[in-house]
Design a protein around this ligand. Structure first.
Ligand SMILES: Cc1cc2nc3c(=O)[nH]c(=O)nc-3n(C[C@H](O)[C@H](O)[C@H](O)COP(=O)(O)OP(=O)(O)OC[C@H]3O[C@@H](n4cnc5c(N)ncnc54)[C@H](O)[C@@H]3O)c2cc1C
Ligand SMILES: NC(=O)c1ccc[n+]([C@@H]2O[C@H](COP(=O)([O-])OP(=O)(O)OC[C@H]3O[C@@H](n4cnc5c(N)ncnc54)[C@H](OP(=O)(O)O)[C@@H]3O)[C@@H](O)[C@H]2O)c1
Ligand code: SF4
Ligand code: SF4
Length: 507
């Protein structure tokens, strides 16, 4: 009678720490934690105590007897992870080291820039220090970053993580300054003058763009997602939904999100947080088919099993996979990839009367045209164990009215900080910002989240990431590397009032 992790898991590992018998893996200190699509419960060891259920902020864990029909796939998915070759873990999970802070006359004061998941997990970790003060600065008028402006409106359970962030924000010592953009309304130096340290958790607010001819006429998934989630920078955009087909280039979880939002019954979104403007546009949409295109093969599909499962259980959408090729060799593939391939092969029968999503493979865009996208067909070659797409001389044109590129997000340079343009991240050592020219640490400056690791990972991945950064910060504080802020906290409030019209929160 095991419990089972299901699709709304966001990898924050709270359940790992709650489980008395260490049967949820990979744990944050196991090597595959950062690459795992989700966490899994070992049915052979689970004692059904239910502790993980209450620890999970998004309701992702259920006893196997309560799995809905469309969740049954998670039963073997969880169990298969513990195939015989996985070493048996010790019965007790490693207890994470609590923060130890040297005694000081003044409480530790930290500025956190951004209020997305990485910022909120960092704040939560810092607030375990007695008397610590955390001031969070967010450029938008709404907090929580992509947990609000990225997560799809029909992923209600995942969005519940914002309730957890509300709880963090209610703690003593926490203050949230909305509508304050660091680098525009207040400088890095000014923040340092008022805090022992500054942690940047600014995310990856730009996107990777296609560089092929005509690509400038295509919209990006980043813009489309921001639009349907009512992000203030994109809320009034328009997209051409008047043609029967849309093409999405890239096949990550974001691509599946936009394909699902474009094809599901708009009325089923009416009770969600979707932007009213987007809902009206979707109600008037003529789109009947969305083609999601990957440049490599099905085994390299960047979407996760959990997201594919969620898509298949969405009413009113047919999902079709074309170009799967011969039965692939699955030896040595990660168990989640084997499941994914099985699911793609065994997709449910099409209804034929419904909107549909077509998953296509081995196609690289060559040109965005007036009427769609011209692709070159690829073959896969194995290069030192990595499947690489190699173009052939065969081409194909897919007609579409709307073309969205969904090939990943990208970090933007942060004022006064070093930046690695190739990765779109700030160079760091365990979260401590490093000036690569000098090879030394930038004083009292730290990073966490997507601006530290690049734009991959789930909401909860930022928890272990933030924890590492906060431990580095506290180590530096303990050895006296962080200068004591020179000014009175009141001065900071006056400064912010003088620069913005945003109300300053009460302490
Ligand atoms: C479309 C989309 C859907 C996703 N859906 C899911 C999902 O369903 N489940 C899941 O587990 N994960 C999901 N993810 C992944 C998850 O959202 C990320 O892992 C997570 O949000 C990254 O956290 P972050 O704090 O680094 O960045 P963000 O969430 O981007 O937060 C950065 C914050 O910093 C603010 N900021 C930026 N610059 C400044 C500045 N100069 N001054 C002040 N504030 C600033 C921004 O406004 C923003 O609020 C999704 C990602 C995307 C892109
Ligand atoms: N529900 C959820 O849990 C959820 C929802 C949304 C996002 N997220 C997470 O957020 C992160 C970002 O997601 P994402 O979908 O933006 O990125 P992603 O998972 O990195 O997917 C990017 C896709 O773009 C393709 N691509 C990259 N460059 C390309 C090019 N030049 N031409 C054609 N295709 C190209 C990639 O193909 P290759 O593999 O061939 O490079 C891949 O298919 C991921 O970690 C994701 O899991 C999670
Ligand atoms: S039900 Fe109890 S034993 Fe089973 S995974 Fe959850 S916490 Fe662990
Ligand atoms: S969301 Fe967190 S607590 Fe819930 S199952 Fe996933 S890792 Fe465990």
């Amino acid at each position: 009678m095991p419990h089972v992790v299901t699709q709304s898991c966001c990898n924050d590992a709270s359940c790992v720490h709650a489980c008395p018998v260490n049967c949820i893996h990979p744990t944050p200190d196991e090597p595959d934690f950062h690459t795992a699509e989700m966490l899994y419960i070992d049915p052979a060891s689970c004692v059904d105590c239910g502790a993980c259920v209450s620890a999970c902020p998004v309701g992702a864990i259920v006893p196997h007897t309560k799995l809905a029909d469309d969740q049954l796939t998670f039963l073997p998915l969880n169990a298969d992870f513990f195939a015989p070759q996985r070493p048996k873990p010790p019965l007790l999970a490693k207890v994470t080291e609590p923060l130890r802070v040297r005694p000081a006359d003044e409480p530790l004061r930290v500025a956190v820039v951004g209020s997305g998941p990485a910022a909120m997990f960092a704040a939560d970790e810092l607030l375990t220090i007695p008397d610590a003060r955390v001031n969070v600065f967010e450029r938008l008028s709404v907090p929580y970053g992509l947990a609000r402006t990225g997560v799809a409106p029909d992923h209600g359970k995942t969005r519940q993580v914002t309730d957890l962030f509300d709880t963090v924000a209610r703690q003593d010592g926490f203050r949230l300054f909305l509508g304050v953009e660091v680098g525009r309304d207040i400088t890095h130096e000014e923040l340092l003058a008022h805090h022992h340290a500054v942690v940047y958790a600014v995310g990856a607010s730009s996107d990777r763009r296609l560089t092929v001819p005509g690509a400038e006429t295509a919209a990006t998934a980043t813009e489309f997602v921001a639009w349907y989630n009512g992000h203030p920078d994109h809320a009034h955009r328009t997209f051409d939904l008047s043609h029967r087909r849309a093409v999405v280039v890239g096949n990550g979880n974001v691509a599946l999100d936009v394909a699902r939002i474009l094809t599901r019954d708009p009325e089923s979104l009416a009770d969600t947080d979707i932007s009213p403007l987007a809902l009206d546009a979707l109600r008037a949409s003529a789109i009947e088919e969305v083609v999601v295109v990957g440049r490599r093969g099905p085994a390299q599909s960047a979407f996760t099993v959990a997201e594919l499962t969620g898509l298949l259980s969405t009413p009113g959408i047919d999902v079709v996979a074309e170009g799967l090729g011969a039965d692939p060799v699955t030896d040595g593939l990660p168990h989640s990839t084997v499941h994914k391939l099985r699911m793609l092969r065994d997709l449910p029968e099409q209804d034929g009367t419904r909107r549909r999503i077509v998953l296509r493979y081995l196609l690289t865009p060559e040109r965005v045209t007036d009427t769609g996208v011209a692709f070159v067909q690829n073959e896969l070659v194995d290069e030192a164990g990595v499947a690489r797409a190699v173009p052939t001389d065969r081409t194909e044109h897919i007609e579409a009215g709307l073309v969205l590129s969904s090939i990943g997000y990208k970090g933007r340079p942060v004022a006064d900080l070093p930046f690695d343009d190739a990765t779109g991240t700030v160079p760091h050592d365990s979260g401590r910002v490093i000036d690569p020219g000098l090879g030394t640490a930038v004083p009292a400056t730290y990073v966490t989240g997507w601006i530290k690791r690049g734009p991959t990972g789930f909401i909860g991945t930022n928890k272990t990431c933030a924890r590492e950064t906060v431990h580095t910060l506290v180590d530096d504080y303990n050895i006296g590397r962080l200068p004591t802020p020179s000014t009175d906290p009141e001065v900071l409030e006056r400064l912010i009032r003088s620069r913005t019209t945003t109300p300053v929160p009460t302490p």
